[in-house]
Design a protein around this ligand. Structure first.
Ligand code: ZN
Length: 216
């Protein structure tokens, strides 16, 4: 498994300076657009004090607009329209629904927050030990399956994230609807949606990774 991070960067006692662009595979890159996200006027997210133990997968719940603007709009919604008025974007990485390609034709995944930020993606203690990966769109039964772009980028993103050395070995990947099984989060039955869960289960099986059990 190839890691997008150097061994020095995987030493979590050291801060990581994110480059604007990080190659995740030959055809997928990560762009750090965290500085473009909408931020709350006064609230700020806490820095992590616990290592990342688990990737929690989400969907944004609405398709919104394409490209970087779609991610920015999601952060605006979280900061301005949620009941709790989030400090910033809810997730760490964002996988656009429609193809977002760079000048070389590579697919682009967007970073919304640095890894060391406790963003409010999953709730409770899951925010402190979790990493939030979000698929843009509504992927519930009343929505759409993951797009072809999301299937390609989701595979590359999960492979890259599995190189985080502090992940729980038994269940490194879970999702929002079953978060209560791993944390004090309440879970959210509609997230990341039926189609995302089915895709994740198939992906985990194909990688010989355990499928986390849930109550839903
Ligand atoms: Zn969610």
């Amino acid at each position: 498994m190839t890691s997008p991070y150097t061994p020095e960067e995987l030493d979590d006692t050291q801060p990581v300076i994110e480059p604007f662009e990080r190659e995740l595979s030959f055809d997928v890159v990560l762009w750090d657009v965290s500085h473009l996200m909408v931020r709350h006027a006064t609230k700020r997210y806490a820095k992590r004090t616990q290592p990342i133990e688990r990737i929690y997968v989400h969907h944004s719940g609405a398709f919104g607009v394409d490209g970087v603007a779609g991610a920015i709009n999601s952060s605006r919604y979280d900061v301005m329209q949620t009941k709790d008025k989030f400090p910033g974007a809810a997730y760490h990485w964002w996988i656009p629904y429609k193809d977002l390609l760079d000048s070389k034709g590579r697919r682009v995944i967007l970073r919304m927050n640095p890894n060391d930020v406790v963003c409010w993606s999953t709730g409770g203690s899951a925010n402190r030990h979790g990493f939030g990966l979000c698929f843009q769109g509504n992927h519930g039964k009343d929505g759409e399956p993951l797009s072809s772009n999301q299937v390609v980028c989701g595979d590359v993103a999960l492979r890259a994230l599995l190189s985080i050395p502090t992940l729980d070995r038994k269940n490194p990947i879970a999702w929002h609807s079953i978060a209560q099984n791993f944390s004090t989060a309440e879970g959210k039955s509609t997230c990341p949606g039926h189609y995302t869960e089915e895709w994740l289960k198939r992906w985990l099986r194909s990688e010989d990774l355990p499928i986390p059990t849930g109550n839903t």
